[in-house]
Write a protein that binds this ligand. Structure first.
Ligand code: ADP
Ligand code: ZN
Length: 428
């Protein structure tokens, strides 16, 4: 097993490690990053004020804009000559955020990814097909480092190029598939179109999927087609990249590697810390990051934290499957709607295809439209339409105009994260 001792730290030991690392990183960040010194001083907090784990509440939050405002490398805690590599977030609007790593950071990240692979059942010599994008995006290289750490055989196919992807998956007998869930769902369909019989032609037994929200129903669909076991993995560029948290064999929440990250949930509106089990915004403190320490970083991701020991024997706290980013929340006629809720409803209806689209518009009132694929003979089925409408109403609390379209008509995601929401209101 990879890093067995760290994986199975007892609660007391874990807390002890957390506190000593927290105290060290707080004074390190204070001394080496002007932004933190300024924030601490403004809040009247000294590094020495942090004596217990609960004292973390005294530390001011860090937000995405702090990093953006200091573009490109204004939050470094080390001289630039000590940097081993750089990454960047996709930065859909404006300047991206640059992530910096020392060699030590890279080793830590690799180990966390290695542990995550280990937890998912990846072993030395396993063929790992890495379908995450290589480059500035942390997904590709993050998975690459993890596979290397556990001694797996890496097939770095990266994103897209689906025909070749499937050919290699078959011919190289890939045992592990790593990708976004939306790409894997696409491969379910593409493999049939290309004439494969996934369970017979492919040897994929482990799936590691993340980087975007997905539902339990989507997991089932992928597992049924490929005959694999899928694990949800969470991370973000600012927190090294992927490998912050992963599902163990229990798949009852994702274990956050507690010896490297402190996780909290807060009320996103007030900043108040929430009790374990309550839904809120995830906030992470990196306990050993050298190049770019981050204290109480607000992710905007919504989830819950559970502290109890897991049936797997690990004490690393668990987070619930991510509901979505607060930025992804749609407010439709005053009602909050998460795209993940729509997915949950649709993927629960077996006669519907895997692809859907959410369209929000405004004509006097906000309107929610949902397009979803089904077989040609069901496209005009009024009962199916009614069922979707009433299921959506029950979960969302608002009415949606549902449109059934034929399989193969909606756009597919072959590269990057799925874009299933079209909000026309901003343009109108
Ligand atoms: P970018 O911010 O450029 O899209 P990142 O890789 O940093 O690139 O994205 C991180 C975000 O991806 C997270 O904050 C979260 O919203 C989402 N994400 C990552 N993993 C998961 C997951 N397993 N489930 C749901 N969302 C995820
Ligand atoms: Zn567990």
């Amino acid at each position: 097993m990879f890093e067995h001792k760290a994986q199975f730290l007892k609660r007391k030991e874990l807390k002890r490690v957390q506190l000593s690392k927290l105290r060290r990183i707080v004074s390190y960040a204070y001394q080496n990053v002007p932004l933190f010194k300024k924030r601490f001083n403004e809040a009247g907090v000294k590094p020495g004020s942090i004596r217990t784990l609960d004292d973390i509440e005294k530390i001011p939050f860090t937000v995405k804009n702090d990093l953006r405002d200091n573009y490109p490398l204004g939050v470094l805690a080390v001289p630039q000559t000590r940097l081993y590599c750089l990454h960047a977030s996709s930065g859909t609007t404006g300047k991206p955020i640059i992530m910096a790593y020392t060699r030590g950071d890279l080793e830590r990240w690799s180990k966390l990814m290695g542990r995550s692979f280990d937890v998912a059942g990846v072993r030395r010599g396993d063929v790992v097909q890495n379908m995450f994008g290589y480059g500035l995006f942390t997904g590709g290289l993050g998975f690459h480092y993890g596979a290397r750490a556990v001694g797996a055989t890496i097939v770095p196919t990266g994103t897209g190029n689906t025909k070749r992807q499937l050919m290699l998956m078959k011919d190289l007998r890939s045992r592990v598939a790593a990708s976004t869930p939306s790409y894997m769902i696409y491969l379910c369909e593409a493999s049939r179109i290309e004439g494969y019989e996934p369970k017979v032609d492919f040897a994929v037994k482990v799936g590691i999927f993340g980087a975007e929200p997905w539902s339990e129903q989507t997991r089932k669909r992928i597992e049924d087609v490929f005959g694999l076991r899928a694990h949800d993995i969470y991370g973000m560029s600012e927190l090294y990249g992927p490998g912050v948290a992963i599902e163990c064999e229990q798949r009852n929440g994702l274990h956050v590697w507690g010896d490297e990250f402190l996780v909290e949930t807060i009320n996103p509106d007030t900043g108040d810390v929430l009790e374990p089990g309550k839904e809120g915004e995830l906030v992470f403190t990196m306990l050993s990051r050298e190049a770019m320490p981050l204290l109480r970083y607000r992710t905007r991701d919504l989830s819950r934290v559970f502290e109890e020991e897991c049936a797997c024997g690990r004490y690393h706290p668990r987070i619930q499957r991510i509901k979505g980013r607060s930025d992804d929340m749609l407010i439709i006629g005053g009602v909050n709607v998460f795209p993940s809720q729509v997915e949950h409803v649709l993927m629960n209806i077996p006669t519907l295809g895997d692809q859907y689209q959410i369209i929000v518009s405004h004509a006097e009132l906000d309107r929610l439209a949902v397009k979803v694929e089904t077989t040609p003979e069901r496209v005009n089925d009024p009962n199916l339409l009614k069922q979707i409408q009433s299921d959506l109403l029950a979960v969302l609390g608002i009415r949606a105009d549902v449109q059934l379209v034929e399989l193969g008509t909606l756009p597919r995601t072959e590269v990057g994260k799925a874009r299933r929401v079209i909000d026309l209101r901003t343009k109108e």
